[in-house]
Design a binder for this molecule. Sequence first.
Ligand code: GMT
Length: 375
Amino acid sequence: MRIGITCYPTYGGSGAVATELGLELARRGHEVHIISYASPFRLRGEFTERVTFHEVVPADYPLFEQSPYALALAVKQHEVALREELELMHVHYAIPHAATAWLAKQMLKGQRDLKVVTTLHGTDITLVGQDPSYFTITKFSIEQSDRVTAVSEYLKEETYRAFGCVGCDVQVIPNFVTPAHFHPATDGSCRRALAPAGHKILIHVSNFRPVKRIGDVIKVFAGVRRVLPATLVLAGDGPDRDLAEQEVDRLKLSRDVRFLGKVDQVAELLRGSDLFLLPSQNESFGLSALEAMACGVPVIATRAGGLPEVVVEGETGYLAPVGAVDVMIERAVALLEDGAVHERLRHAAVARALEFSADRIVPRYEELYQGVLRD
Ligand code: GMT
């Protein structure tokens, strides 16, 4: 198949999933064209056979305070669909990608029938899409898509609840991991680079938005640090990084907390860690938790959104109510102090993650594509 993919290229789950999907589809022989304003971070800046990146460059003009990116994107989607004879456009994160794909489809009418597949990822439904400034166009573009998928049952239900979405049949296709990249450690080399010998290593990876509750990550670490020697590794950057740094200073933890900034390839960091923290306010799926589990790292997360569909309570980690820092500390200390329990959860985490391996999930997208092309 000849497939267009549009996503955000920035540090975030939807761009990661879209790019990994593109790479997997290309590996399976499909031709993939990724259309965005920058090359997505997971493309790894490498040449990959059958994957082409198309950059959207919105023209500037003194009248505009902000260039109309959505229009330039629709034009590029239309242009690439025509030139590369795309059969379908798979957009990730509804805003504005589902709307621009709909525009491109309209512009192609009479020339070719471009099918539009929209994958809903999270805040496009739970937060941003519900803002009055975007609500009607989000609802419209979901309803106009030829197929709609959501990354969890939770997100599917939330889409129906918040948008109604007359006539849409939202199908759940969960996120996936590529075990060739995300697998357990074979030696302790990464661990040695991250922390002094004898330290337990806790890790959090995100884009430091308020929804991630970075303050709780620091508080949980502070509680653990009071009981045992430990290092906290923070990978990523975003609006709450300053707040996190201030909290670390206030709690006098700076010797044991490492802010790494944006790291494109996190698998090595995960492999060197003992525990992944994801105390989010909400999380439609929690791709970072899945990637940690695939690397043999148990997860302590909140019982929020789609996280219970990924993390199995007591088996691959623990789930606590949002903000229940004391519960998370108690769980983390118990887990880190008991080598046998940690080992059991570590193995269960890897096994659970394999249920979401690319080989199992990507064929579900291929089936969905075949179905929409038969319509
Ligand atoms: O929260 C992020 O890191 C980015 C955000 C996005 O849409 O780019 O992630 C969402 O999509 C991911 C991939 O499907 C999910 O794993 C995340 O749970 C989801 N984030 C939220 O729901 C807050």
